[in-house]
Ligand binder design. Sequence first.
Ligand SMILES: Nc1ncnc2c1ncn2[C@@H]1O[C@H](COP(=O)(O)OP(=O)(O)OP(=O)(O)O)[C@@H](O)[C@H]1O
Ligand SMILES: [Mg+2]
Ligand SMILES: [Mg+2]
Length: 301
Amino acid sequence: MKIALLARNPNLYSHKRLIEAAEARGHQIDWLNTLRCTVHIASHKPEVYYDGEPCIGYDAVIPRIGASITNYGLAILRQFEMRGCWPLNESVAIGRSRDKLRSLQILAKHGLGLPLTAYANDPKKAEEIIRAVKGPPVVIKLLEGTQGIGVVLADSMSSAKSVIEAFRGANVNILVQEFIKEAGGTDIRALVIGGKVVAAMKRTGAPDDFRSNLHRGGSAQLIKITPEERSTAVRAAKRMGLNVCGVDMLRSNHGPVIMEVNSSPGLEGIEAATNKDIAGQIIEFIEKSAKIGATKTKGAG
Ligand SMILES: Nc1ncnc2c1ncn2[C@@H]1O[C@H](COP(=O)(O)OP(=O)(O)OP(=O)(O)O)[C@@H](O)[C@H]1O
Ligand SMILES: [Mg+2]
Ligand SMILES: [Mg+2]
């Protein structure tokens, strides 16, 4: 197969592993720097150019679009889809997953467990939404944050209100969430490929940090998840429409609650914690699934 890896940095662990795994299985994989791709829009002739040359003949594209270039990256991916190229995750599904509020709305609609979550535009409504999620304490987070940046725990009504006012004053969109204290600074990342959980790890934050992100100094360990956690992760992936994703959950007193679904999950932590060849499993999934024109949405919407 001829595969395009749409990513900015080919030297990231996850990207190196995908290239290695594809080549080991005899595929041609080309790294395309997302920002060097251009889109040419003309009636019935969708094209993507790379450094001025048309990108043709790709059976599959692996999108690894960083949060800072979501819109540009998704425009490029959509154009590949319109050409009939099969994407590992579709642009529409990635777009959904990038907005935490939109994701939670979709998951809640399908009855998946979530921390109580509220959203308001007007900082005067701060008290109302804090009470709506049974706080304080509450967790306040940026709608488009990653790596734990912009996720704040506020213990009291006054601190929660001032954090909300500060974010809203800077015109930043946030959501307010019930604090799942019993999770104890640990979360679960379940990696789903093609509707199955292929690996899971638990992440524990640095001492004194309620956030378990590895980027914030947390550590990862292999974990055996419960059947309920497994089915929650699988259902979340399905509802988001993602073939490959990392579903982040907390263990609450009322079962697993989903915090978010990541459409470009990092491979380093999970491969190290589980000793599994996740990159290889992703390439095998592409071998089974990639068909020209098989994209459900074909870039629509
Ligand atoms: N409602 C909550 N209750 C308890 N802990 C929480 C809650 N929300 C988030 N956390 C903790 O903070 C961490 C970061 O939150 P979240 O995953 O929502 O942010 P992020 O910035 O998107 O991180 P990522 O890099 O995983 O995308 C979580 O992994 C979890 O440990
Ligand atoms: Mg995230
Ligand atoms: Mg997270």
